[in-house]
Design a protein around this ligand. Structure first.
Ligand SMILES: [Zn+2]
Length: 144
C-alpha cells in the first residue's frame, strides 16, 4: 500500500513537471506578440495574439460581440479613463509612400484632453476583464 502511494506521488510529480515544461515552451509557438484591445460594445478589455508581420485593421472582430467592435485600448494617467483608440494604418502603399515616415497620430484622453496616456493593466493571469462603459472611441487626431 505504501509503495503504491509513493508511485502515485511520483506520477503526480512527473505530470506537474511535464505541465511546467509545456507551459514554458508554449509562447515560442507564436511568432508574434500580444495586444490589448477593448470591445466597445461589450465593454470588455481582452488580449489577442497577433502573428508577426500580420497587419491589424481597426476596428477588428471581438470574441465578445458580433461585428467589428474592438480597438486598441489606452488609459489616461490623469483620470484613469479607459478609451479605445482607432489606430491609423501604417501600410505604406502607392508612390513615394515608403519614403514618408508614418505620421504619428497622438491619442488624447476624451475626458480631460490630456496627452499622458498609458497602457491598461490586466490582472496577472487574466485574459480579459470588464470595464465600465460606454467606452469612447478616439480617432487619430491632428497633431497640435
Ligand atoms: Zn483624462
Amino acid at each position: 500500500m505504501k509503495q503504491k502511494l509513493a508511485q502515485i506521488g511520483l506520477i503526480v510529480v512527473i505530470v506537474i513537471a511535464l505541465g511546467f515544461v509545456v507551459k514554458q515552451l508554449k509562447p515560442k509557438q507564436y511568432g508574434g506578440y500580444e495586444r490589448m484591445l477593448v470591445d466597445v460594445k461589450a465593454n470588455k478589455v481582452f488580449i489577442v495574439k497577433v502573428k508577426a508581420g500580420e497587419a491589424m485593421e481597426f476596428p477588428t472582430v471581438s470574441p465578445y460581440s458580433e461585428g467589428k467592435n474592438a480597438y486598441p485600448v489606452l488609459k489616461c494617467m490623469k483620470d484613469g479613463t479607459i478609451f479605445a483608440f482607432e489606430e491609423p494604418m501604417y501600410a505604406p502603399s502607392g508612390e513615394g509612400a515608403a519614403d514618408m515616415p508614418p505620421v504619428e497620430a497622438v491619442p488624447v484622453c476624451p475626458v480631460c484632453g490630456g496627452y499622458e496616456i498609458t497602457v491598461v493593466d490586466m490582472p496577472e493571469g487574466q485574459k480579459s476583464m470588464d470595464v465600465p462603459g460606454p467606452v469612447q472611441v478616439v480617432k487619430p487626431g491632428k497633431i497640435q
